[in-house]
Design a protein around this ligand. Structure first.
Ligand SMILES: [Zn+2]
Ligand SMILES: [Zn+2]
Ligand SMILES: [Zn+2]
Length: 796
């Protein structure tokens, strides 16, 4: 079974899978089909029609449940069309049969705005069928596919022609009431512009000229579904380098669009679950392991295609791959028949461009020409990024295909707005028990992203008619999201950053009560005003206690240390060696500084000037990356940690370092806020061992694996000392596949019950959901009292 390719040992693990299917799935024999499939696979559970679609829960052994997930789509009734499939694995409930449940009508009836849907097979046939009137027409779609969220309210300017109108009004037609119905006679058209906006070609000629430009190594800006993409030939190293230089994107991996699944398989290893994801209506970027990075190419890849340029994803064993998801992409990729880089049309961390004139201004120095059209984009939406981890989807960037679908909570919330954090920002708004999480907005550092942030908030409130009574934000006083919240003029509530991470993971796993949340990330504002980031939070009925953390260390240079792991390394090494550190000039991070820099840093560390204290796990990763000489500077967030993860892929070892867990004297004295005492993980022995390994010339891959393995044991040991069964893994560090998979496996071995993210990112993209859930956890008694008194009032 291919599921085992994900490295999981075969177990008799019992799981429950919940599926929400939206689209043409009602009145087409879907429920009887699900019944047959589930009973055929000996799964228990139920299926039900809800106002939003078909809701399914199946429970059984893991392999059969995975088979169900694959087959429900592949073998669906002929008239059914799935426009969105959301899956979550939840704790089994012990179902004992399979039933078709009657719709109880109690489900949320909030009108849900559907995400954009990848081109369906029927429309694909139309555009490649010469006699069809939509032959080669790039804006073809039907009721089952096409843009939704990105174009709502923008198609009004195109009046349908007679033929389109007839389809639109015919209940038997696939385009009956298809909002953006269009054809070459009446709909949007393509044009190719030069950098000054002069028209070079129109209609299909524009597409052919754009393809020719890509073939010759040029950079083409393409107006897609939710914004502009920048495209180059992914096999052309010079073109990829030029794109990086012009876009100011030094090393962060670039995503690719490949012509077909076969092409993806030629470059990468693709499991059944990954293939499902590539072909899904959500059509995200899927992180796939390259073929060359492990094992010999299989028979499928016998004909080796031209290699992907190293500049696409330098030193990265994975490639971010997606399939064409609009007719325009299909036509272009069919014409090219080779993979292209398809990266967001923006400069480094700004939001994606959505409008031609804006694109000419902002991308004028980047793209050589612009393939544009006259269908407006109402909302910017980036491509989503997903990876398969432990046989489940893990969304790393939640945008096209997933936003703005809600996360359903088990209890209703008062209307509120949650504004997220600072990096990878996304906002959320609640309507009853539904929390609508916005598309990825980005880092709130440029004026463009701040504008986008304000726009999304306004848009969300309009779209869902939310009048928030409360706005929830981070505790960091300098986050622009916090400032925005405080300037809103409505009641503001704060949720501690790492608690919001934990609450986010709890919300999507439907957990309440006590859990031990392991929240590891780069930076978050702590209750004591210091930088937290290696936290073990024990949740209580309404909040949390900080149960354990890492021994704090100093970050010389503060903010600068985020971009320079060598600084984090110095802070960590100073904590280990004290003054002796400055005599050990052979340590690799020290060699990275000049003599005068060292004396300045020395002062910072000894006097504590501009050297804030942190417990950040992310910075600990950075420090280790620098100590072993892997990376002293990062080009993007999480860069060093990512390379450290990649480094251990080659090592097969269970080796680990020593560490200790203590209850420091200082903590025992100052337990004013915390009822329980705070444990501290002393990581200094780990660093001592790593420094020794480097001196002994131990391989980087081995040291890296040892470091990862040790962190896993840290979690296991803390979990044992705390004694809480349910462990929630969250924060940017758990994007790390090696760390997460190993932690889950070890925790299970020790009898714990681990949970991790699936539908919202473990990184700060998931914070807004957590803020909303933290609010309801804190205020539920009040909220309950209020709703009771309202009911009592109504009864009078
Ligand atoms: Zn279609
Ligand atoms: Zn028409
Ligand atoms: Zn965070």
């Amino acid at each position: 079974m291919s599921i085992l390719r994900d490295g999981m040992p075969k177990t008799e693990e019992r799981v429950r899978l919940r599926l929400m299917l939206r689209g043409a799935v009602q009145g087409v024999g879907f429920r009887p089909f699900v019944y047959r499939l589930a009973t055929d696979l000996k799964l228990f559970g139920w299926v039900m029609n809800s106002p939003q679609g078909v809701l399914i829960e199946v429970e059984g052994d893991k392999e059969s449940v995975h088979a169900f997930l694959l087959r429900v789509e592949m073998e669906k009734p002929p008239r059914a069309s799935i426009q969105s499939l959301e899956s979550s694995f939840l704790d089994p409930l012990g179902f004992t049969g399979f039933t078709i449940r009657e719709s109880d009508g109690s489900g949320a009836t909030t009108a849900v705005v559907l995400p954009d849907i990848a081109t369906c097979p029927d429309c694909l046939r139309d555009i490649f069928d010469p006699p069809d009137r939509r032959y080669l027409y790039p804006f073809t779609n039907c009721t089952n596919c096409g843009p939704r969220f990105t174009i709502i309210t923008t198609m009004a300017r195109f009046a349908m022609c007679e033929a389109c109108r007839r389809e639109y009004e015919d209940p038997e037609n696939r385009r009956f009431h298809a909002q953006p119905n269009a054809c070459p006679a009446c709909g949007p058209q393509l044009a190719l512009w030069d950098q000054a906006g002069a028209v070079l070609a129109a209609r299909h000629e524009a597409l052919l000229s754009a393809a020719a430009a890509i073939r010759s190594g040029k950079i083409v800006a393409l107006k897609g579904l939710g914004g502009f993409h920048l495209l180059v030939d992914a096999r052309n190293q010079d073109a990829a380098l030029r794109l990086r230089k012009r876009k100011h994107r030094e090393e962060k991996p670039l995503a690719m669009m490949v012509p077909s699944v076969e092409s993806a398989k030629a470059y990468c290893r693709v499991s059944d679950l990954e293939e499902r994801l590539l072909r899904s209506p959500e059509s995200p970027i899927v992180l796939l392991l390259r073929r060359e990075s492990g094992g010999a190419p299989s028979a499928e890849a016998a004909e080796r295609p031209e290699a992907i340029a190293p500049a696409v994803a330098p030193r990265n064993p994975c490639l971010g791959v997606m399939l064409p998801y609009t007719p325009l992409h299909h036509l272009l990729l069919r014409e090219l028949n080779f993979p292209v880089v398809a990266t967001s049309g923006n400069l480094s961390d700004e939001p994606i461009c959505t409008e031609e004139q804006e694109a000419l201004e902002r991308l004028g120095g980047v793209a050589d020409c612009f393939l544009v059209h006259d269908r407006a984009i109402a909302r910017h939406v980036d491509d989503s990024v997903v990876r398969i981890l432990l046989g489940r989807e893990l969304i790393l960037r939640r945008a096209r295909g997933y936003a703005p679908l809600p996360i359903h909570l088990t209890r209703p919330l008062p209307p509120l707005l949650a504004v997220g954090a600072h990096l990878k920002n996304a906002v959320a708004a609640s309507v009853g028990p539904e929390v609508f999480v916005s598309q990825h907005i980005g880092d709130l550092e440029t004026s463009e992203s701040l504008t986008a942030f304000g726009k999304v908030i306004d848009d969300f409130q309009r779209l869902y008619e939310v009048r928030p009574e409360t706005v929830v934000c981070d505790m960091h006083p300098d986050y622009l999201s916090t400032k925005h919240a405080r300037a809103c003029g409505i009641l503001t509530e704060e949720a501690q950053h790492h608690y919001a991470h934990v609450a986010s993971c709890m919300a999507e796993n439907e957990l309440d009560g006590a859990v031990l949340g392991v929240a590891w990330d780069g930076t978050g504002y702590g209750l004591d005003g210091t930088i937290w980031g290696g936290e073990f939070l024990l949740t209580t009925e309404a909040g949390f206690e900080r149960a354990a953390t890492f021994r704090p260390f100093k970050l010389p240079g503060g903010e600068k240390a985020i971009k320079e792991p060598r600084r984090a390394a110095l802070g960590v090494l100073y904590e280990v060696f004290g003054e002796q550190l400055f005599k050990r000039r052979t340590l690799l991070p020290l060699k990275e500084f000049s003599g005068s820099e060292i004396s300045l840093l020395h002062q910072m560390l000894t006097k504590g000037i501009n050297a804030p204290t942190t417990t950040s796990a992310g910075r600990l990763f950075d420090a280790v990356a620098s100590i072993i000489g892997l990376r002293h500077y990062v080009r993007f967030e999480g860069h060093a940690a990512m390379e450290l993860e990649f480094a251990c892929a080659e090592a097969r070892t269970d080796a680990r370092c020593e560490f200790s867990i203590e209850q420091p004297e200082s903590n025992r004295k100052s337990q004013i806020e915390n009822r329980k005492s705070l444990l501290e993980v002393d990581w200094r022995p780990i660093i001592v061992e790593i420094v020794g390994d480097v001196q002994r010339g131990v391989k980087t891959s081995l040291i890296s694996a040892k470091f990862h393995n040790t962190l896993v044991e840290v979690i296991v040991q803390v979990a044992k000392q705390i004694g809480q069964q349910r462990i929630v893994l969250t924060g940017g560090c758990f994007q790390n596949k090696y760390l997460t998979e190993r932690t889950v496996r070890r925790l299970r071995q020790e009898g714990f019950h681990p949970y991790w993210h699936q539908r919202v990112p473990p990184n700060d993209g998931g914070i807004s959901l957590g803020q909303a859930y933290a609010f309801i956890r804190k205020n539920r008694n009040q909220a309950f009292m209020q709703s009771q008194s309202i009911e009592e009032g109504a009864a009078e």
